[in-house]
Design a protein around this ligand. Structure first.
Ligand code: ACO
Length: 329
């Protein structure tokens, strides 16, 4: 008896979107100086590799950024929103408490009926969402999914804390993932360790019509840094092992774009030259769940990533969460 389930899912198209307001490090430093907060382009570039970030206008939400990225991905895949039968949005900065950002994306795309939900795994969100979509496609519950990472981190930044507010930005990336008899996604792995909830969090919440607790981002940068480099190497090796492949078979490493030094550390441990790493953190800072699909789309549209290339996508972030997806593009 032959299975009716597809063996694989594959990326049919990619897209991304950055809001138009771009702030260089020098421009941000000037804005912070007006508040009495001291920072500099030199410090930010040397410690993080970030040169600029984009901030969305006050009336623009994650769903708006996500829709713009989704439209590009749909066009690249040669399909329309009505061909989609699953929408997953990875975000930690949803437009509303509910409904989900995915439901708002569905409404804005002018379609209805297919399942739509959000995934909350902070900067690992896109890798989590892609893994869920791949599993649902291989289980036969969807044939063509829209998987989006979209964030407006500017809304949760404390602009009086120079150790965090210079690091993050807004943006979105998206892929159309469809059923396929050839790879596609080859292997995936997800992890979380709730013992580290406190090192990267936004502790506030809404209760009784009030915001209770602090609704701004808190991070122990050094603790995050140390954990990130270790787990990113470990999960990459584990996913390669599942696929029976070696690190030398990776054409492009597409890590979460948080800090160039974390990316360099991971590449070094995997013995990959930086020429095989897609780096866009310089242009948009840390956009959390949006950073991997943003970097992927940039790699594709710049002509560096070609069909048939082997890609390793790696996410790490609050939770603490981490994961990887190995795929043939
Ligand atoms: N401008 C100027 N000086 C600064 C700034 C700034 N923006 N921020 C901190 N400093 C100062 C500090 O006050 C400190 O000064 P001191 O020595 O007089 O006390 C000095 O710079 C060094 O600070 P450190 O915190 O030791 O700097 P470090 O080299 O660790 O870099 C950083 C900080 C960039 C945050 C780093 O720890 C890091 O990248 N960590 C990982 C962060 C990350 O990737 N987070 C995202 C995870 S994904 C997610 O889920 C969101």
């Amino acid at each position: 008896m032959t299975s009716t389930f597809p063996r694989y899912s594959r990326i049919a198209g990619t897209g991304s979107y950055l809001p138009p307001r771009r702030l260089s490090n020098a421009e941000l430093a000037a804005e912070l100086a007006a508040r009495g907060i001291e920072t500099s382009d030199e410090w930010i570039v040397e410690r993080t590799g970030i040169r600029a970030r984009h901030f969305a206008a006050p009336d623009v939400g994650s769903s708006d950024l996500g829709v713009a990225a989704a439209r590009q991905a749909l066009e690249a895949a040669g399909c329309s929103a009505s061909d989609i039968d699953l929408i997953i949005v990875a975000t930690s900065t949803p437009d509303m408490v509910f409904p989900s950002t995915a439901a708002l994306v569905q409404q804005k795309l002018g379609v209805h009926g297919c399942p739509a939900f959000d995934v909350q795994a902070v900067c690992s969100g896109f890798v989590y969402a892609l893994t869920v979509a791949d599993s649902m496609i291989r289980a036969g519950s969807a044939r063509r999914a829209l998987v989006i990472g979209a964030e407006v981190f500017s809304r949760i930044l404390d602009f009086n804390d120079r150790t965090t507010c210079v690091l993050f930005g807004d943006g979105a990336g998206a892929v159309v993932l469809e059923a396929s008899e050839t790879p596609g996604v080859v292997a995936t792995e997800l992890h979380a360790d709730g013992r580290h909830v406190g090192i990267l969090c936004v502790p506030g919440h809404v209760s009784g019509g009030q915001v209770l607790g602090d609704p701004l981002l808190k991070m122990d940068g050094q603790a995050v840094f140390k954990l990130a480099v270790g787990v990113l190497e470990e999960v990459a090796r584990s996913v390669l092992g599942k696929a029976g492949r070696g690190a030398e078979e990776i054409d492009w490493l597409i890590p979460h774009q948080a800090n160039i030094r974390i990316m360099q550390g991971t590449a070094r441990k995997l013995k990959l030259p930086m020429g095989k790493v897609i780096v866009t953190v310089d242009q948009h800072g840390n956009t959390s769940a949006a950073s991997i699909p943003l970097a992927l789309d940039h790699g594709v549209r710049s002509g560096r990533i070609a069909r048939g290339d082997t890609l390793m996508l790696e996410g790490v972030g609050g939770g603490f969460t981490w994961g990887a997806v190995l795929l043939d593009f």
